[in-house]
Write a new protein. Sequence first.
Length: 103
Amino acid sequence: MASPMRIRAKTTDGITEVKALMSHPMETGMRKDAEGKPIPAHYITEVTATHNDKLVLHAYWGPAVSQNPFLNFQFKGGAAGDTVTIKWVDNLGESQTEQATLS
């Protein structure tokens, strides 16, 4: 994928909120192009998020998720300067990993 994820993470009163925008076509495999040929399926299947290498989110996705998905979640703990890493894998075996520092 050409564009990196955009991740913002901040912690307030012991709760960390993470927002991520992932650039991905999320094609279902059900649509057709202008010539009537099927557009091949291409979608994120798995998303993981870690806080200082500790798993805080593990999700399985499918073709029903919209193009360029937005993910927003919270977890307890975290301090300014800690890192949050988000990784996704899609049905074609492509993957992307991005990291953000808590503010």
